[in-house]
Design a protein around this ligand. Structure first.
Ligand SMILES: NC(=O)N[C@@H](CC(=O)O)C(=O)O
Ligand SMILES: [Zn+2]
Ligand SMILES: [Zn+2]
Length: 439
């Protein structure tokens, strides 16, 4: 069977926006034309009516929780959430139980991802055992087993010697080293950003120097080793400045920012019970938020990654002192960015495609399509950008509902997601959600 998508809005190879008819056969895009295509009798025809068709989105930072924490999310539910968000490739974090810290575990994990994943689920290996050990894991073996990169996400690498050894090993196998920046000695048991807001709420604040001092250290180590160093969830103004300077110094550094650090800051926290505003790194100041926006727009920050961090309702219960760190992101990313960056006129559709497709694919050397063209693998997502809706936790395909964006009205909705030419999400038959109102 062939799939004919009529009247889709695309960003073509030159970056121009055009209206096209797109023919998909097997796992490939066979034709992209501006004239009518006569469908065969058994062709599946979809009227796009101007919906935006792009290569499937790529998220280099997700938590799928399986094995170890299946009450929060599984590979099946996480990848359904990804498909519903228009993502066709994700890179899954290793804060699992067991942590994939040797080749046998990594291979098992890749098998799980392959068997249960509705989309392409790549896997990071851990820098060290338990995400905290000072001895670096067997990175060469893990790379040979298929690790896409290395990180202890969830924990900062406390020792410079450990980080240096990890970078040397990652450089030797030509895989990226991804850093969750958190110097434990500067955290003060913080549950939000240190400063006036934390004081007003009477909550312990984490010093932003925990991020920036470790970043400064790592950039120096990255320069010395030549490793590809990738900054996870960059959240501070000084951090953006450090990355900017490092790039001019020739350090091989890339950086991601999360939608929530672009769109929220600590002033959004009105009460300690709003636990869906609790995550690591914490929401920072308005000046930090402005700086990460500017950094994304000027290319200092390369890409957006959601840090999809599902937690159960029980884990997010209580207040900032007790609730788990982290929020979901896969199902709200596109509409939030579309609404606040494209519709508002701050950026173009081509830039959005850069942040969510091209930059992640190129930084992590992924075999994913990055531009809509004939012959491309049919990993595709289509978004209705005339559709406005209010984000509703009941509709999430994720097991989790811990999103601070529930209740916000946004523009843009995934209508179709395809992986290798197979439809993995279709809004017209979407019945993935199933959360009770009072969950
Ligand atoms: N971002 C978070 O607040 N939490 C993440 C861990 C992480 O990304 O550091 C999680 O695994 O829940
Ligand atoms: Zn992290
Ligand atoms: Zn994370």
């Amino acid at each position: 069977m062939r799939l004919l998508i009529k009247g889709a809005t695309i960003v073509d190879e030159t970056g121009a926006v055009a209206r096209r008819n797109v023919l998909i056969q097997g796992d490939k895009v066979m034709a992209i034309v501006d004239h009518d295509l006569e469908p065969n009798d058994d062709d599946h025809v979809i009227e796009a009516q101007g919906a935006v068709l792009m290569p499937g989105l790529i998220d280099v930072h997700v938590h799928f929780r399986e094995p170890g924490f299946e009450d929060k999310e599984t590979i099946a539910t996480g990848s359904r959430a990804a498909a519903r968000g228009g993502f066709t490739t994700v890179l899954a974090m290793p804060n699992l139980n067991p942590v994939p810290v040797k080749a046998t575990l990594l291979r098992q994990q890749l098998r799980r991802n392959e068997e249960s994943g509705l989309i392409h689920v790549k896997q990071y290996g851990a820098i060290s055992a338990n995400l905290t050990a000072e001895t670096v894991s067997p990175i060469e073996e893990l790379a040979a087993a298929g690790a896409i990169g290395f990180t202890n996400d969830g924990k900062g690498v406390q020792s410079a010697a450990t980080m240096l050894a990890a970078m040397k090993a990652a450089k030797a196998v030509n895989r990226p080293l991804v850093a969750h920046l958190e110097d434990q000695s500067l955290m003060n048991g913080g549950v939000m950003n240190m400063g006036e807001r934390a004081d007003q709420l009477g909550l312990p604040g984490a010093d932003p120097l925990a991020e920036t001092s470790q970043l400064a250290r790592d950039l120096v180590l990255a320069q010395a080793t030549g490793v590809h160093y990738h900054v996870a969830h960059l959240s501070t103004k000084v951090g953006v400045e450090l990355v900017r300077v490092a790039k001019t110094m020739g350090v091989h550094v890339t950086a991601e920012v999360s939608p929530h650090h672009l769109l929220l800051d600590e002033t959004d926290i009105q009460s300690a019970t709003q636990t869906n505003l609790k995550m690591n790194p914490p929401l920072r100041t308005p000046a930090d938020r402005e700086a990460v926006i500017a950094g994304l727009l000027d290319g200092t920050i390369d890409m957006v990654a959601t840090d999809h961090a599902p937690h159960s309702v029980a884990d997010k219960r209580g207040d900032f002192r007790t609730a788990a760190f982290g929020i979901t992101g896969l199902e709200t990313c596109f509409p939030l960015l579309y609404t606040h960056f494209i519709e508002s006129g701050l950026a173009t559709l081509a830039q959005l495609q850069q942040w969510l497709v091209k930059a992640p694919a190129s930084a992590f050397d992924l075999d994913a399509p990055t531009v809509l063209k004939v012959g491309m693998k049919a990993d595709l997502a289509m978004f209705d950008i005339s559709h406005r809706h209010t984000i509703n936790a009941n509709e999430f395909a994720s097991k989790a509902v811990n999103s601070p964006f529930v209740g916000q009205t946004v523009t843009g909705m995934t209508v179709l997601t395809m992986v290798d030419g197979e439809i993995v999400y279709d809004a017209t038959t979407d019945n993935t959600g199933g959360h009770d109102d009072n969950e």
